[in-house]
Design a protein around this ligand. Structure first.
Ligand SMILES: [Zn+2]
Length: 321
């Protein structure tokens, strides 16, 4: 484990925000998320070092399900992602895209079918299967070339995972042509889900951005922020446990800690060895009536958050100056 200064402003003054375990793989290992007192950036501190982080990405993390519904979901997601690049698609001439964190290469292939020249960066073993376009297997800031070569660089749900986001912004700025676009999606540290409801994938997510911190990252690296999109069209971060949070903090006047989080219906079935069905639903409702009400009202809560720009996911478009 290592203790770090703020990646954005260098300050070592920060305040703990919450603690939670690695819910997916190491439920007994707890981590602390802090907020920089100076700039508001959120980060896990102390955190697994670069050498230690591989342990938190076991093989199961990368399992993709080649089912029909998953394919439909991907197609919807890629279409939503491509919309952020439409402005460049309308420019004359060939266009070159670098997709950072491209996993098994499906998004670059989707964009190639729309007429782009594509390249990818992927540090996981998922890159081994990519043979049909150039792929770099090191961290983005370590790939060869510092010349403006790309019309667009994309990073979908990547910057929250890396140990040095500043290096990624710097590299994006170097390799983009003038007026080129850096399009990235991150979780929103000003959302209930990220900041209060334990919705982050800790410690695979190491950084938690806000509109203000993103604005500073892009300004410091020669970009203008031209678009912010807060919503669920690409990835979702639903405000689960929102009602339990309100009851605990507003009615009872107590902090909402990880210990106050109810089991999800899936976790409940696993713990009690139950199958899906009506009687299981009744048992779950008896265990956590609040969760059932939360679920019913979730669409309304999500829509309200999106309208108020406080949803858990934000995508940004930064233009190279
Ligand atoms: Zn800071």
């Amino acid at each position: 484990m290592e203790t770090v200064a703020c990646n954005l402003c260098g300050s070592r003054q920060h305040t703990p925000v919450y603690q939670m375990p690695d819910v997916k793989f190491f439920p007994n290992e707890f981590f602390t998320v802090v907020e920089c007192n100076q700039c508001g950036l959120g980060f896990v501190n102390p955190r697994p070092s670069f050498a230690e982080i591989a342990k938190y990405y076991p093989r199961e993390y990368y399992q993709d399900e080649p089912t029909a519904s998953f394919e439909r979901y991907l197609k919807r997601r890629f279409n939503a992602e491509a919309r952020f690049l439409r402005e460049i698609e309308h420019r004359p001439g060939p266009k070159k895209l670098l997709d950072v964190g491209c996993f098994n290469g499906q998004f670059p292939r989707f964009m190639r079918a729309r007429g782009w020249d594509v390249e990818g960066v992927e540090v996981s073993r998922a890159s081994e299967r990519i043979t049909d376009f150039p792929i770099y297997t090191q961290e983005f800031h370590e790939i060869p070339g510092d010349e403006p070569a790309y019309d667009a660089v994309t990073a979908w749900a990547v910057l929250e995972h890396v140990h040095d986001p500043m290096a990624y912004f710097r590299k994006a700025s170097r390799v983009l042509k003038k007026d080129g676009l850096f399009v990235f999606l991150v979780t929103n540290f000003h959302s209930l889900a990220s900041r209060h409801l334990f919705g982050e994938d800790i410690p695979r997510h190491l950084y938690f951005f806000t509109r203000e911190t993103v604005r500073q990252y892009v300004a410091q690296n020669g970009f203008a922020l031209i678009k912010e999109h807060n919503g669920r069209s690409v990835y979702k971060l639903a405000p689960e446990h929102w009602l339990a949070f309100l009851i605990q903090t507003r009615l009872r006047g107590k902090p909402f800690t990880y210990g106050d989080v109810a089991l999800s219906s899936r976790q409940f079935r696993r713990v009690h060895g139950l199958k899906k069905g009506f009687s299981t639903s009744l048992r779950y409702a008896a265990y956590s009536p609040v969760s059932v009400i939360e679920r019913l009202l979730l669409p309304v809560v999500e829509t309200t958050q999106i309208l108020r720009k406080t949803y858990g996911i934000s995508a940004y478009v930064a233009q190279k100056l």
